[in-house]
Design a protein around this ligand. Structure first.
Ligand code: HEM
Ligand code: HEM
Length: 233
């Protein structure tokens, strides 16, 4: 039987290993984001000439990835869309209580709590990368757009950039802790984020075919401003 990127059957979405839930763009986005954020934190904390050059580049990659994910959340696959996983407060609180009592309903995509953590992580990273563009270190480094902000505004945005890095550490720690908690409760979420496939999902909720045309458009729209920013740096 022919296999697709998720290792599933001929239809591409349902196969012997389970049901495809995460499309390839979401999975590539996730692991690329992890690499770019780790690089940005490591270089930001270490400092130094080449490290900060790399910091600006990896930070801009984060910006491009976040832009891409926001667009993909509008036009991407079934479970990638914000409409599929951003729920109202009542649903979120009910899910949290049920989860703690051990009787949460199993969700196929992001659960109602996880959906909001995705939104928060994307927002925090957007603010971090956005302020970084205007930041300066008073010595040798300026973000690519700092010259347009003036020193006073650039200094204020640098302060926010420093503060936000702590928020990001907190969000990522909570994110990894939540994944570990699910693991402990017998739900391995990491493997599906690698293969795209969930073994016990209902075939009726399988993802549709990857929308390659939209992928090309969103990737180009997200990459263009980042390429421009780096070109004027
Ligand atoms: C800098 C570190 C990280 C960041 C910024 C990050 C960010 C994110 C984001 C934005 C999503 C939503 C994916 C989407 O819908 O596009 C997500 C989901 C996920 N992440 Fe991470 N992540 C990080 C580290 C990790 C690590 C280290 C692991 C594994 C141990 C992990 C495992 C997962 C899993 C399993 C999901 C899917 C959760 C679900 O099934 O609802 N992440 N992450
Ligand atoms: C998610 C992405 C990013 C993360 C996690 C991050 C994190 C950090 C950290 C931890 C520092 C050191 C703060 C300190 O000394 O206390 C820093 C400094 C800095 N970052 Fe970022 N950053 C990101 C994106 C960016 C981007 C996109 C740019 C510019 C294009 C940028 C420009 C700068 C500058 C100019 C500094 C030096 C400011 C100073 O030391 O006073 N950053 N960043």
């Amino acid at each position: 039987m022919a296999t697709n990127d998720a290792g599933t059957g001929a239809s591409g979405q349902v196969g012997p290993n389970g049901v495809r839930v995460w499309d390839l763009p979401v999975r590539l986005f996730h692991w690329a984001l992890l690499a770019a954020v780790v690089t940005s934190v490591a270089t930001g904390v270490t400092g130094g000439l080449w490290q900060m050059d790399l910091h600006v580049v990896s930070g801009c990659v984060v910006l491009g990835l976040v832009l891409f994910r926001v667009l993909w959340g509008l036009v991407g696959g079934r479970h990638a869309r914000f409409a599929a996983f951003v729920k109202g407060p009542v649903t979120v609180v009910r899910y949290a209580v049920d989860f703690l009592k051990g009787r949460a309903v199993h969700t196929v995509g992001h659960n109602p709590l996880g959906g909001w953590s995705v939104v928060l992580i994307l927002l925090a990273l957007a603010v971090q990368a956005g302020t970084g563009l205007f930041a300066n270190d008073d010595i040798f480094l300026e973000g690519p757009l700092a010259k347009y902000a003036g020193k006073a505004l650039s200094d204020r945005l640098t302060g926010i950039h420093h503060l936000m890095s702590n928020v990001i550490y907190g969000l990522v720690a909570a994110h990894v802790a939540a994944i570990a908690l699910h693991w402990w409760k017998g739900d391995n979420l990491v493997k599906p984020m690698i293969t795209g496939v969930k073994p016990d999902a209902d075939p009726a909720v399988a993802d549709g075919p990857t929308r390659w045309g939209w992928l090309l458009v969103t990737a180009l729209v997200a990459a263009a401003p980042v390429a421009w920013i780096l070109s004027i740096w």
